[in-house]
Design a protein around this ligand. Structure first.
Ligand code: TRP
Length: 337
């Protein structure tokens, strides 16, 4: 991590849940802080250009962007240390994208997961392959490559679904460098957030808004309680010793609570001293504890939009000069200036 540049983008779609929090948001902030401590640079941005491919309502976009920005701030992203900005505030990004297009084989886009998934969905529904697929979705990985390459990024922390995109960015950069015989663009690497905890949803499937099985982050306690108490259990009596690893409440607890607390729950279950009501209350307490301090900050930021916008403007003012240099380097090479 010594002197490395780490960059993460997050699409402002959907309201994040506990699974996103422990699986992506917290690890991203922690990694960023680690990189900064080691003398590196941390870029964190809201990918609003990527979002417009799917979301056409400006009011919704704006609200989602605000929520995402406030969540990262609430959980400790420091906009004075990390470069925290809106993608759409960096006009150099689409400019770089246009140059990358000239070096990006169309076949790369045909193979990209997001596009292929959309085609598969159309086929399954008996619709034409490209029904409702816009060029933004089709060329998504090239814009993402520009996001990454603009800042000489070394490392892009990603979940499995984004690995291919970072590889495409690396391949495009490699082809441009090879063509001009010099390192115009830094080759990025992905780092798979494999240790990141996967939180099951309250029905045991992956926690996901589309399954309607999430535990919310900033809802009021009654609503969180409703979700926690809806977690699937069976009808075994309290006294019956249970294997904690087979109990969904425990699995979720593991992803959230401190190790000694997790231990306590495991022992209570094995010894038949804790019933489902107990462990659900323990989980509820853990969720509230993990989010209560951040909740106050979140509410503060949500109510102080101007402050948040100023932070994002500050981030853009730090990001732009770097992207500008990359763009100039590319233009000089491409146009022989
Ligand atoms: N594609 C990413 C996602 O859907 C978001 C993203 C856009 C991104 N540009 C990026 C992530 C650059 C990392 C680096 O989650």
């Amino acid at each position: 991590m010594q002197n490395k540049t780490v960059l993460t983008g997050v699409k402002p779609t959907g309201t994040p849940h506990i699974g996103n929090l422990v699986g992506a948001i917290k690890p991203a902030i922690e990694l960023g802080n680690k990189v900064l401590e080691a003398g590196g640079r941390h870029f964190m941005f809201v990918a609003d250009y990527h979002a417009i491919n799917a979301e056409k309502d400006p009011a919704v976009l704006n609200q989602k962007l605000k929520e995402i920005a406030c969540i990262y701030l609430a959980f400790g992203l420091d906009p004075n240390k990390s470069v925290f900005y809106r993608q759409s505030d960096i006009p150099e990004i689409p400019e770089i994208t246009t140059i990358l297009f000239a070096y990006t084989p169309k076949g790369f886009m045909n193979k990209a997961h997001a596009y292929k998934a959309a085609v598969d969905k159309n086929r399954a529904a008996g619709k034409p392959d490209d029904d409702l697929i816009n060029m933004g979705l089709y060329t998504y990985p090239t814009l993402m490559a520009s996001d990454i390459l603009a800042y000489d990024t070394d490392i892009v922390p990603v979940g499995k679904d984004q690995v291919q995109h970072v590889e495409i960015a690396r391949d495009i950069a490699g082809m441009i460098n090879a063509h001009y015989g010099k390192e115009l663009l830094k080759l990025p690497e992905y780092s798979l957030t494999k240790n990141a905890v996967l939180v099951p949803g309250i029905d045991g499937r992956k926690m996901s808004k589309s399954y309607n099985n999430v535990i919310p982050i900033f809802a009021d306690k009654a609503e969180i309680k409703k979700a926690v108490f809806a977690i699937k259990t069976d009808s075994r009596p309290l006294e019956e010793p249970k294997n904690p690893d087979e109990i969904l409440v425990y699995e979720i607890y593991q992803a959230i609570a401190a190790p000694e607390k997790v231990q306590e729950m495991a022992e209570g279950l094995r010894q038949g001293k804790l019933g489902y009501g107990h462990i659900k209350n323990m989980l509820l307490d853990a969720v509230v504890e993990m989010t209560s301090e951040a909740k106050e900050k979140y509410e503060y930021y949500m109510a102080h939009e101007k402050e948040v916008n100023e932070m994002l403007d500050l981030g853009a003012s730090k990001a732009r000069p770097i992207a500008t240099k990359t763009l100039e380097r590319l233009k000089n090479a491409v146009f022989g200036r």
